[in-house]
Design a protein. Structure first.
Length: 67
C-alpha cells in the first residue's frame, strides 16, 4: 500500500496476537513510528528466535533430523 510510515506501522499490531501486540507497542521504532524499514528490522531481530516455522528451515534443524 502507498501509506506513510507512521500509519503503516501503527496498523501492524492489529493483525497480531495480543501478547505480540503488547510487546510490539513497546519497541522504539513503533513508538517513534517514522521508519518502516527500521521497524521491520527491529521486529525481525526481536522475534527471530520465536519463529518456529523459520527455525524448521535452518541448517542445524535439518541436520538434527537427518541424524
Amino acid at each position: 500500500m502507498d501509506w506513510l510510515d507512521g500509519p503503516h506501522i501503527k496498523k501492524v499490531p492489529l493483525y497480531c496476537e495480543k501478547i505480540i501486540e503488547k510487546h510490539m507497542k513497546t519497541l522504539g521504532t513503533y513508538i517513534r513510528g517514522n521508519n518502516w524499514e527500521g521497524f521491520v528490522a527491529e521486529l525481525k531481530s526481536e522475534f527471530k528466535d520465536n519463529n518456529s516455522e523459520q527455525q524448521c528451515n535452518t541448517e542445524d534443524f535439518l541436520q538434527n533430523i537427518v541424524q
